[in-house]
Design a protein around this ligand. Structure first.
Ligand code: SAM
Length: 227
């Protein structure tokens, strides 16, 4: 089977899974479409991945979620719905235009009251959260610029507690993640991030490859063992 055929089958299977399993309502569909309408990069998670994030959030009973990388708020909606009315999502976005679109999508989805969207470089926003000594987050979803992943992980460790989950998206980089000599700083950011996950005694971690409507990708997931 050619790569093209496999890719189209991955899409077909994702579409089937979404059809039978995923309740993507008008607000989620509009969030995705608004990103295309405003020419934002097509980098939001797929519907089944958003549902997976929501399930993880509910499975660990997360009430406080931190997301790094909002884009148009598609994954934020899944996370916000999963934490429920008494929960809280803090999401960080560097682009004011994306943040404005996300705010509108969050409002349409009826989750604005549980989401704090902070605009600016995430490392700065994270430093502010650490400095303020905010209550620990139960789940952190890292999905922004990959060169900064090591810094995001350091901050996530400062902002979580024993048992919190840390998830990092897009760790495959078209397979280049396995190339130690890669000149791509996104690849090196992910490699350092994975090395930190694997060697830090405060964490238990793994990474999984995925295929689907978003192509070949994967995520890393870690549990915080000790504060
Ligand atoms: N989580 C979103 C979803 O699934 O719907 C997708 C996020 S997209 C992969 C990455 C986002 O991170 C983009 O909106 C980008 O502008 C933002 N970003 C990139 N660098 C950033 C930085 N230094 N600080 C904060 N956000 C950043």
């Amino acid at each position: 089977m050619s790569v093209y055929e496999s890719t189209s089958m991955w899409k077909e299977v994702d579409s089937y899974f979404s059809q039978v399993l995923i309740a993507e309502d008008d607000a989620l569909i509009t969030a995705r479409e608004s990103a295309r309408l405003h020419h934002l990069p097509p980098h939001e998670v797929a519907a089944n991945q958003g549902a997976f994030l929501g399930l993880l959030t509910r499975a660990v009973g997360a009430r406080r979620v931190l997301e790094i990388g909002t884009l148009a708020g598609y994954s934020t909606i899944w996370l916000a719905r999963a934490v429920g009315d008494n929960g809280h999502v803090t999401t960080l976005e560097v682009e004011p235009q994306y943040a404005a679109i996300a705010q509108e999508n969050l409002r349409r989805a009826g989750v604005s009251q549980v989401v704090d969207l902070r605009v600016g470089p995430a490392l700065n926003s994270l430093a502010t959260l650490v400095r303020k000594g905010v209550e620990p987050f139960d789940l952190v979803f890292i999905d922004a610029d990959k060169p900064n992943n090591p810094g995001y992980l350091e901050a996530a460790l400062a902002l979580t507690r024993r048992g919190s989950l840390i998830i990092g998206d897009n760790v495959v980089r078209d397979g280049e993640v396995a190339d130690a000599a890669s000149q791509d700083d996104r690849v090196q950011g992910v490699r350092t991030f994975l090395a930190m996950l694997g060697s830090d005694p405060r964490l238990d971690a793994t990474a999984l490859q995925t295929v689907g409507s978003k192509g070949w990708d994967g995520f890393a997931i870690a549990v915080v063992r000790t504060p």
